[in-house]
Structure formats: structure tokens, C-alpha cells
Design a protein around this ligand. Structure first.
Ligand SMILES: Cc1cc2nc3c(=O)[nH]c(=O)nc-3n(C[C@H](O)[C@H](O)[C@H](O)COP(=O)(O)O)c2cc1C
Length: 186
């Protein structure tokens, strides 16, 4: 791929929920995307990324786990936004929870998260290159013991995103970026 092709790929990626929720994303392809994530730069080679792929009925299980975590943290279970959590992950063929392993060293802890975030972009770009839509969603709550356990992650894992993946059923308009400002020092 030349630079122009890469630039087009980067700019074509959209955060989109216009996805066919009924059409599964092959687990083998999700595994390829997660493997791509592991090629992100990673200071001290801590390999901090953690992945869980929710498909089929599993998509509602992660929603229900987050609902339980929200309610355990004091959220009103009848609040529409809280109730919506239960079913929101069924809006895509696959949901990949991506976590970052913790480190007792504050700098490495942050750098682990940077590496995982960089890896998530690989997932998004890989999905785009394959013609799939994607959406990086924030977790409904950071302290989420039930969801974290369901993912099979270490208890203290920081879940950085719930990545919706699926076959597109529409196109989102691009969000224009402000002009880039670069300080040049000579
Ligand atoms: C860490 C992170 C968390 C995000 N969480 C959400 C989210 O919870 N809901 C949402 O609508 N978009 C979320 N986004 C996506 C942004 O809203 C999106 O990237 C932005 O609007 C620009 O659109 P684009 O990605 O299509 O260029 C998140 C992005 C990042 C990097």
C-alpha cells in the first residue's frame, strides 16, 4: 500500500453504528483483527492488551453484566439510559471488549493503556480495510467487576473500549477535523 492508499484508509474509517446486527462477524476474522492490535508499539514489551469477543447471545450477556455493575454502583435500574445498557451491545455482529493490563508503576500503567489504544486503532483500520463498520464505545462504567470477570480479564484490568464490529448498512458522514497546528522549531 502506498501513502495515498493509507491516508485514504485512515480518513475513510468512521465511527458508525449503521451495522447489520443480525449478521455475525466470523470469529476467525475478529481474531485476525486482535492479532493486528498486538503489533502496536509497546514500551517494555508488557503485552498489555486483553480481548474478549462477544457474539450471538453473548452480546446481551456483556450488556447485562454492565447493567449489574451500574446498579451495584448506585445507578437507578429504571433509568432509561441504565436500562438501555442491557441491550445496546446487540446492535452489532460482534463486540470486542479491549482491556489494558495494569502496572504498579504509574508511567508503565499509562503507557500500557497507550499501547492498547494504539492497538484498538489497528482493529478499527483493519475492519475498515475489510469493508466492515466499527464503533469505539466507552464502557458504561470503569469499575465493572461483573463485566471484567465475564471478559475473563484480571480483576484490575482497565477496559478501554467496547468495539462494535459489523457489516455496514449505511454510511456515516465524515467528521471534519480542524486544521492541524504544528509548532516548528528550527
Ligand atoms: C476512547 C474513545 C472512546 C469513545 N467512546 C465513544 C462513545 O462512547 N460513544 C460514541 O458515540 N463515540 C465514542 N467514541 C468515538 C468518537 O465519538 C468519534 O471518534 C468521533 O466522533 C469522531 O468520529 P470518527 O471516528 O467517525 O472520525 C470514542 C472514541 C474514543 C477514542
Amino acid at each position: 500500500m502506498d501513502f495515498e492508499g493509507f491516508a485514504t484508509l485512515v480518513k475513510t474509517r468512521r465511527t458508525s453504528l449503521l451495522l447489520d446486527a443480525e449478521r455475525p462477524v466470523p470469529a476467525a476474522f475478529v481474531a485476525e483483527l486482535c492479532e493486528l492490535a498486538t503489533w502496536a508499539p509497546n514500551h517494555k514489551k508488557t503485552w498489555p492488551w486483553r480481548f474478549a469477543n462477544f457474539t450471538g447471545a453473548g452480546r446481551n450477556r456483556i450488556g447485562e453484566a454492565y447493567f449489574d455493575d451500574l446498579v451495584a454502583a448506585g445507578a437507578d435500574p429504571r433509568h432509561p439510559k441504565v436500562m438501555k445498557t442491557k441491550g445496546k451491545y446487540a446492535r452489532a455482529g460482534a463486540i470486542v471488549a479491549v482491556g489494558s493490563a495494569r502496572d504498579f508503576d504509574e508511567t508503565l500503567d499509562a503507557e500500557n493503556a497507550y499501547a492498547v489504544a494504539a492497538g484498538i486503532e489497528h482493529i478499527l483500520l483493519g475492519a475498515t480495510a475489510a469493508g466492515l463498520g466499527s464503533f469505539w464505545g466507552s464502557p458504561p462504567i470503569l469499575a465493572a467487576p461483573t463485566a471484567t470477570a465475564l471478559c475473563g480479564f484480571e480483576k484490575d484490568t482497565k477496559i478501554l473500549g467496547l468495539i462494535y464490529l459489523g457489516y455496514s448498512i449505511g454510511e456515516m458522514p465524515a467528521v471534519e477535523r480542524p486544521p492541524v497546528i504544528i509548532t516548528t522549531i528550527e
